[in-house]
Structure formats: C-alpha cells, structure tokens
Design a protein around this ligand. Structure first.
Ligand code: SAH
Ligand code: SF4
Ligand code: F3S
Length: 455
C-alpha cells in the first residue's frame, strides 16, 4: 500500500498537465497510481486558487479525508493553493505531510524520499524566483492522441485581480530546442494533436534567441505526423500579427485563438492593470477577422470588477457584439488573497454581479446561436474523442475547438482518428452532422508500443 498514490486535479490545463508530469515522476520513483483514494498510501491534491474561496474548499475536502489518516495514509497538497497557503496548511490540517507549489516540482523525487523516511512537514515553496521550468521526460499523458506541452511557466503580468503571479512564480520559457525535442518525440509516439501551454503562451521568448513565438508555432506544425497544433492562453499585450500570419500559412495550426479580454471598458482594463485599451484589443480582433482562414475566437471576461459602472459593463456587451466570439468564459469578480484588488472596495453587490453575468451569457448565447449557423452545410474535419452510446453518436472536435456530434454508418471511427463531417444542424454550443461515407480512410492511430526499438 505504501507505494501507491491517488491524485485529484483541479484548475486549468497547466495544472492538468503538471499532474501528468507528477504522475510520471511518481511512477518513475516506483509508485503505482490507483483510482480510489481508499487504496492509496499517498493521497495528493493538485489545487487551484483562481476564484471563489478556493482555499476553503480545499480545507473542507481535506477535512473529509481526515478519517483516512488513521489508516496510515499520507497526504500532500500541490499546486496553487499549496503555494498560496504554504505552511498554514500544516496548522489547519496537521495530517498533511507535503505542501509544494508548481515551481518546486523539479524537487519532487527528493521530497518523496523525505516523505518515505517519515518526515511530516515537507515543503516546496521557495522556488518562485527560479529561472528553471519543470522539464521531465517522465510524463504520464492521459490521452494517446492529443497532448500538452508547457512552453512557458509562471506570469509576470500582475493583473490586479489575479493570484497566478504569486502562485506560479516568475515567467520562464523553455528553449525552442527543448520544445521541439518533446514535440518530435510525441509525434514519434503517435500523437497527432499538440497543445502548447502557458499562462500567457504568446509571451514565450526563446531563451536561446533562435525563434519567435510564431516561428515556434510553425516549426511544431511542420513536424511530420502532427495534424493539429493549438496554443493557449494568449495575452493581448503580447499578441503580434505574425501569429495570425503563421496560422494563415500553416494548415496544421488550428483555426482557434483564445484571447481573453476581461472587460470591454478601457477604464476597467486600466484598473485591472491589463495594460491595453479596448481599441488595442479590437485592433488585434481586426487582424484575426481579416485572416484568410475562419479563425474562431474565444475569451474570458470578468464582471463586477471594483468600480465597474453600468456604462462600463455596457462596453463589454458592445464588445462581444462587435467581436462575435465563438465562446466566452465569464466569471463574477472574486477578491483573492495577496492581490491588489483585494484592497479595493468590492463595490459591486453580488446580485448586480449575477445580473451582469446573466445578461452577458444570454447575449453571448444569442451571438453563438446565430454565428454557429455559418457552419451549416459545411464539411468540417472532426478528431474523434469518444462516443455518446445513448444517442448513437460519435463525439469529435473541430480545429476551431467546437464539439461535433455526428453519426457514422458502417465501421465506428476509432478514437483519435480524423473524419470529415457534413454539418446538418448548428446549436449554440455544438455542431451536429453526418460522417462523409468513405471520404477519408480512417487514419490508424499509432501507439507508443509500435515504436519500441529492439536492441
Ligand atoms: N493568463 C490568462 C488568464 C488565466 S486565469 C490571461 O491573462 O488571460 C483564467 C481566467 O480566470 C482569467 O482570464 C479571468 O477571466 C479569470 N479570473 C482570474 N482571476 C479572477 C478573479 N479574481 N475573479 C474572477 N475571475 C478571475
Ligand atoms: Fe493572471 Fe493577468 Fe497573469 Fe493572466 S496575465 S495569469 S490574468 S496575472
Ligand atoms: Fe488555478 Fe493555478 Fe491554474 S490558480 S487556474 S491552477 S494557474
């Protein structure tokens, strides 16, 4: 039992991918992953603290598992709440033995050995000023076809509302050579879809000075076997026109850009310390709208930031009308520890925040209802992700990152294959269609096992 572990992951894609690296590292250290915490010697939570009293939820969760401590289990808290709360976690939950932020995962093997030796207050909290990214060849990717590569960690932008610069530390980029080695290795293992990750992925700067971000996109997209390359999340401040040009020129780069605006009001953007204006953002939108390809655009928004007036909020609504996003993730402002905004009066009553959120989401739903209509009758390529047995449909994803539910006569296309689908119906959040009969031979999915070199 002692060398078994269970891990639960909350938060963004960076956290999901960190967990894949943590699992890979633990397995390399001789641990075996189990699906149920009841069977685990070591229980790990990889936590998120972006909004909504996240730390309280973690403590609540840890409390639920207190009873398991008697069974000799050990507990560890990783990720953003670990970094934010630090040693307070030992005070509130004394049965936790390990608290480590993401900037310290390089030291996990050493921390595990101390845990095995019986130490009960192991921390990895002092590495936020590190220049090193967490690079490991031991990554337990959960999907055999689609995988993440973190190219830049941390954040130096310090938006007034956001915990990330405090929880993930200083911005640090990997070299283009190291990213390319990993991407090529993935292609050799049969991955066809790569997603480059960073809190601000386009703030990536090659430490070796060889490539720009747009050149890196093109280089990854040119690797034999790679059919789709995505990148997320982009920051407007570092969004350059050559990114759009790279997408236009490289068919494997997906027709999708996630470029969070947060607010349509320049005054609110200023208060948020986003360091761009509504006009600056809209200029970037015009580049994307002017592209040769139909690039889908998605965004994050915050409503009810301190001081946001009705007129400011109206500016957000006129912005979503102008941009015509393909999806919007909107949140009520939530005051977070350590951030400048926690000291601003949280002046907007919760009822007003909720009302603004509702208005925004209703309007966006209408926009999507109309805007998704452009796909009706088109033939769209879907990467097969799964099956909806109840409805007898195949579930896939388009290069624009839209869900496509479709029927396929004959042999069921395997997961990870690419199928051309004629769109017969559009909904506000998904597309419905029929696979084109025999139009594309199903691409057999290569597995790592096919590439084992003997000798
Ligand atoms: N680096 C990305 C965002 C990462 S956090 C960027 O700058 O765009 C993901 C999203 O969570 C943010 O885009 C923001 O919309 C939301 N968010 C972050 N902190 C928040 C807070 N304190 N309250 C509400 N939403 C928040
Ligand atoms: Fe947070 Fe701003 Fe950094 Fe995004 S850019 S992670 S919102 S501080
Ligand atoms: Fe959450 Fe940390 Fe990601 S706060 S959103 S897990 S960077």
């Amino acid at each position: 039992m002692s060398k078994t572990f269970y891990i639960e992951t909350f938060g963004c894609q960076m956290n999901a991918h960190d967990s894949e690296k943590v699992v890979g590292t633990l397995e390399h250290e001789g641990y075996v992953q189990v699906e149920d915490e009841a069977d685990a010697g070591l229980v790990l939570y990889n936590t998120c603290s972006i909004r909504d009293k996240a730390e309280q939820k973690v403590f609540h969760r840890l409390n639920e598992y207190k009873r398991l401590q008697g069974e000799g289990k050990k507990f560890g808290v990783l990720g953003c709440v670990a970094q934010q709360e630090g040693e307070r976690i030992f005070e509130k939950a004394p049965y936790v033995s390990l608290v480590a932020g993401s900037a310290s995962y390089r030291n996990l093997p050493e921390m595990l050995r101390r845990l095995e030796a019986g130490e009960t207050r192991i921390t990895g909290l002092d590495d936020r000023q590190t220049d090193q990214a967490f690079e490991t060849e031991f990554i337990a990717r959960t999907n055999p076809n689609r995988g993440y590569i973190t190219i830049i960690e941390g954040c130096d932008k310090f938006c007034a509302y956001c915990v990330v610069p405090y929880t993930r530390g200083k911005e640090r980029s990997r070299t283009s050579a190291s990213v390319m080695v990993e991407a090529r290795r993935m292609a050799d293992m049969g991955y066809t879809d790569i997603q480059l990750l960073g809190q601000n992925v386009n703030s990536w700067r090659d430490p070796s000075g060889r490539m720009s971000f747009a050149e890196l996109l093109t280089a990854v997209g040119s690797i034999a076997g790679i059919r789709r390359v995505r990148f997320t999340t982009s920051h407007p401040r570092d969004f350059t026109r050559d990114i759009v040009e790279a997408i236009d020129a490289t068919p494997t780069l997906c027709d999708h850009i996630h470029l969070p605006v947060q607010s349509g009001s320049t005054a609110v953007l200023h208060a948020m310390a986003r360091e761009y204006t509504r006009e600056w953002y809209l200029e970037r939108m015009s580049w994307i709208h002017g592209a040769k390809r139909d690039i889908s655009i998605t965004s994050d928004m915050i409503v009810g930031f301190p001081g946001e007036t009705d007129a400011d909020f109206e500016q957000t609504i006129t912005l979503i009308d102008a941009v015509k996003y393909d999806a919007v993730f909107a949140f009520k402002f939530s005051p977070r520890p350590n951030t400048p905004a926690v000291h601003m009066a949280d002046s907007i009553p919760d009822a007003v925040k909720s009302e603004r959120l509702r208005i925004l989401m209703d309007r966006q739903r209408e926009i999507q209802r109309e805007h998704y209509g452009r796909h009706l009758g088109q033939v769209v390529e879907a990467m097969v992700e799964g099956y909806n047995e109840a409805r007898g449909q195949v579930v896939g994803r388009s290069t624009q990152n839209k869900t496509i539910n479709f029927t396929a006569s004959g042999e069921r296309p395997p997961q990870g294959s690419y199928v051309d689908v004629r769109i017969t119906q559009t909904l506000p959040n998904s597309l419905v269609g029929e696979a084109l009969m025999n139009a594309v031979p199903f691409v057999p999915v290569r597995r790592a096992a096919d590439f084992v070199v003997l000798n």
